[in-house]
Ligand binder design. Structure first.
Ligand SMILES: Nc1ncnc2c1ncn2[C@@H]1O[C@H](COP(=O)(O)OP(=O)(O)OP(=O)(O)O)[C@@H](O)[C@H]1O
Length: 459
């Protein structure tokens, strides 16, 4: 009978996937790596190997019944239970590698995604899993499949540009796809703070009651970059109550930060202990293989066709930040276009990346770097900031750049103007004055400036 089970294992998994409408990513993460190992008598107890001990309990809870039903349907073997073992405890046989592809056609409307502040491009399908992030990925998927049930809160931490935001959006997009009615809200801690400031001052038509309703009336709340509420007492106090209200109602909370809770120095103890109630997972810098895989994925998504040597050149030289890795690819393609579709070879790559690939240097604070950080923060491109465009969404971030260049670098007005696409020094002076005056009366701008300063020059 064990032979039958082994022979039909792929069929059993396939049956389970279709019968219970399991998504590709869930299937590949939890089911595909499972291996049937033994059939114990009496009672036909099916023993299954799970590769990662961390998720043994989760798989047991989620898939035991589905597996028993599928085994019975496909093989006729009626088992009393399934038991899961960890791979390290036994010598395993080769894993099944049958790939199953089924498209989930259930789509979510753009309006729903916008209300939740979600980027539809950040999904599990576009997230490359490597040794640096596999635990964070698996934990995120478990939360996406069973929000509010297992790891609450989920706390994801890691360095700049390593995929925390991408994973958070993936969870939210996954939940919405399965349940378009789920109430989901993604915000940065900066936005949370700024809205709280506005509510307290009764500005922008939001009262404190509305603020509370907005944040507490959710099935899933995702707060990105929680480190920026540190040291802000009233925000921590409000977040503490939001957290309690959601947690008591068994609603899912997902938090990201640059450090684990125990290393965030000025975090109130009561918040720290709550953050540690659920599961804390980290994302490390990607290894070479993962960097290559991410570049390949990006190339595929954008429809580029780039020589392997060039991809290797980027992956070898840009190591610690995936945002920079992607940025490098974009820069190369942009330079090629600028030079009349010049062939993308190592020479072109070196030219395009001469400012980024400066080995081992600490990031110097220059107007160019400030432009990059501010653009990223406001979802703009550096070219928008430097352009002649005069819409409010661009003019204000541009003036913030002027202010930050003046206060964080030794650069003179004329050179700031040059870096900003050749603007006159009087324009720069006007921009700096506008921001300085607004700072006097607008505490939420002060909060944004503090956050930008920390991003530009982290201690
Ligand atoms: N594993 C991955 N697979 C594919 N793309 C990735 C992966 N990790 C990160 N990225 C991409 O790298 C970029 C930066 O990622 P993201 O914004 O999620 O980082 P972050 O950790 O939230 O950064 P920050 O600390 O600045 O908030 C995004 O464009 C994201 O899609």
């Amino acid at each position: 009978m064990l032979e039958t089970l082994k022979e039909k294992w792929n069929e059993i998994l396939k049956y389970l996937k279709e019968e219970y409408d399991i998504s590709d990513v869930s299937f590949d993460t939890w089911l595909l790596p499972l291996e049937v190992y033994a059939l114990e008598q009496p009672g036909n107890i099916v023993k299954i190997i799970v590769p990662d001990a961390n998720f043994l309990g989760y798989i047991k809870k989620k898939y035991s019944t589905m597996l028993m039903v599928s085994i019975a349907e496909v093989t006729g073997i009626k088992c009393d239970s399934v038991q899961f073992l960890v791979e390290e405890d036994i010598v395993p046989e080769p894993a099944a590698t049958n790939q199953l592809i089924q498209n989930n056609t259930n789509t979510v409307s753009l309006a729903t995604l916008q209300n939740a502040n979600l980027n539809p491009k950040y999904t599990f399908d576009t997230f490359v899993v490597g040794a640096n992030n596999n635990l964070a990925h698996a934990a995120s998927l478990a939360v996406a499949e069973s929000p509010g049930e297992i790891y609450n809160p989920l706390f994801i931490y890691g360095g700049v540009g390593l995929g925390k935001t991408h994973l958070m959006h993936s969870i939210a997009n996954f939940i919405l796809k399965n349940n378009p009615k789920a109430k989901i809200l993604y915000v940065t801690s900066e936005k949370f703070t700024n809205e709280l400031i506005d509510a307290i001052r009764n500005k922008n038509n939001i009262s404190t009651t509305e603020f509370r309703e907005k944040y507490r009336n959710n099935d899933v709340l995702l707060i990105d970059d929680i480190q920026f509420i540190i040291g802000k007492e009233s925000t921590q106090e409000e977040f503490f109550h939001t957290f309690n209200a959601l947690h008591e109602a068994k609603k899912q909370i997902i938090i990201s930060s640059d450090k684990p809770p125990k290393e965030i120095e000025t975090l109130e103890e009561r918040l720290r202990s709550r953050f540690e109630w659920g599961l804390t997972v980290d994302i490390q810098s990607p290894d070479y293989e993962t960097r290559m895989a991410i570049l390949r994925k990006k190339e595929e998504m954008e429809g580029y066709n780039i020589d392997n040597e060039v991809i290797k050149y980027i992956a070898t030289n840009i190591k610690s930040n995936i945002r920079e890795l992607e940025g490098a690819l974009t820069k190369i393609v942009a330079l090629s276009k600028l030079e009349k579709n010049r062939e993308i070879d190592i020479e072109l790559a070196e030219k395009a990346l001469k400012d980024i690939i400066a080995p081992g240097d600490k990031q110097e604070v220059t107007p160019e770097f400030i432009i990059q950080i501010v653009a990223d923060h406001f979802n703009l491109t550096p070219l928008d900031i430097m352009s002649a465009k005069r819409s409010k969404e661009i003019v204000y971030p541009r003036q913030i750049v002027m202010y930050l260049c003046r206060t964080m670098t030794e650069t003179g007005l004329q050179n700031i103007g040059k870096a900003l696409g050749g603007r006159d020094h009087t324009t720069i002076l006007h921009g700096i004055k506008t921001i300085s005056a607004d700072l006097e009366k607008n505490p939420s701008l002060q909060n944004t400036i503090d956050i930008l300063k920390k991003k530009i020059s982290p201690q």
